[in-house]
Design a protein around this ligand. Structure first.
Ligand code: MUC
Ligand code: MG
Length: 389
């Protein structure tokens, strides 16, 4: 081994950057049917809509990214139509001709070009990590600091609202050794009805860990009334019981609760994470690309939450294999991820858009190991899902 001379190092860097300029960014809206109705307190879906991005570098390397939405501009404020328009008009143009390897500088440029637009910016950065990784022959996780894990315990969400159907679905997942931890969506039935449904599910699934996601559907009074019952049932985590902004009320219920509260919709940005943590309104944080606006920011969000003493959970927005792979690239590099993840998106779609590189095995999701995000595109499925007109 010998140290490179400065001039050799400069030449190496020039070679590394050559051909890695961003040549084009193409966007398309896709609509992918789900295997069943998925209900949340404030919306329900039978299909998922995404913006898929295709970035090409000067050397011909192709990278893919994805912006997920849920129920239109409902879960978050971005719709696929707005995401596509803003990428095309504002986010992609300043990047054309720039070196894809300048990740931080490129992220700063897109942050300057449009405020928030987190799903749009996240998709663009995912495509750049994919393209750069494929061009270099390196996994995106290596560019993000290197993986500390290859597989993550992965939860499945039960959200049809019909307890018998949900029990049957969970038992099939258990038998296939795909999932043994489940998330029950609450808040779309009256609370007493939800409690009866939850009781039935918990009794039918002994030994399974159950998380409840209320998606902002309860008031403080409802939470005070029903939290003891959730504790009695052995629920391990309660996600976003109240509306974002009700920080003090959430802190009051967190103080009374025997179950940790997870912050989801209430904290997108770093300052919002700090505010939730310092108000003691949440002790677990759900990480999502659509909240953080990029892979680098997602990793920083994990650092901020962890520094505030929160535990980490790998959240999702029912992404296809492309978006799931972008999350896994980051999640695999996090020193701590106490609650595993919920990237079951590719499995709830009738047809995923990737060629099955992400494995669900023995209750874990296995991060793909190939270059870039490690997935390839099922071009036929993409063509079929692409919105016409
Ligand atoms: C959410 O709020 O967590 C992700 C999984 C799921 O079932 O709903 C979404 C959004
Ligand atoms: Mg949630």
């Amino acid at each position: 081994m010998h140290d490179l001379k400065p001039q050799d190092s400069a030449a190496l860097l020039r070679d590394l950057r050559a051909g890695r300029e961003i040549r084009s960014v193409e966007t398309m809206i896709v609509d992918c049917p789900t295997t069943r109705r998925h209900r949340l307190s404030n919306t329900e879906i039978n299909h998922q809509s995404y913006v898929i991005l295709r970035v090409v570098l000067a050397d011909g390397a192709v990278g893919w990214g994805e912006a997920a939405t849920l129920g239109g501009p409902r879960w978050a404020e971005e719709s696929v139509e707005a995401i596509k328009a803003n990428i095309d008009a504002y986010l992609a143009p300043p990047l054309i001709g720039r070196c894809a390897l300048d990740f931080e500088a490129n992220a700063a440029l897109t942050a300057k070009a449009a405020s928030r637009n987190n799903a749009a910016r996240g998709a663009l950065e995912a495509a750049l990590f994919d393209a750069a990784g494929k061009s270099l022959g390196l996994p995106a996780s290596l560019l993000l600091g290197g993986a500390v894990r290859e597989k993550i315990e992965v939860l499945w969400a039960l959200a049809s609202g019909d307890a018998d159907q949900e029990i049957e679905e969970a038992k099939a997942k258990l038998a296939a050794r795909e999932h043994r931890r489940f998330k029950i969506k609450l808040g779309f039935h009256p609370p007493a009805e939800d409690m009866a449904r939850l009781t039935k599910i918990v009794e039918a699934l002994p030994g399974c860990e159950i998380v409840c996601d209320v998606n902002q559907g309860w008031s403080e009074a409802t939470a005070i009334r029903y939290l003891p019952r959730l504790a009695e049932l052995g629920i391990v985590l309660i996600e976003q019981p109240l509306r974002p902004g009700l920080t003090e009320a959430t802190a009051r219920i967190a103080a009374r609760s025997a179950i940790p509260i997870m912050t989801d919709e209430a904290a997108f940005s770093g300052p919002e994470i700090v505010a939730a943590a310092t108000a003691a309104a949440g002790s677990v944080y759900s990480l999502k690309l659509v909240k953080s606006g990029g892979l680098l920011e997602l990793k920083r969000a994990a650092g901020i939450a962890q520094a505030c003493g929160m535990e980490l959970y790998g959240g999702c927005l029912l992404e296809t294999g492309i978006g799931a792979a972008a999350h896994l690239a980051v999640f695999s590099t996090l020193p701590r991820l106490e609650w595993g993840c919920e990237h079951f998106g590719p499995k709830i779609l009738k047809t995923d858009l990737t060629n099955g590189e992400i494995l669900f095995k023995d209750f874990h999701i296995h991060a793909p190991q190939g270059p870039g995000l490690g997935v390839t595109i099922d071009e036929e499925a993409l063509r079929a899902a692409r919105r016409k007109g």
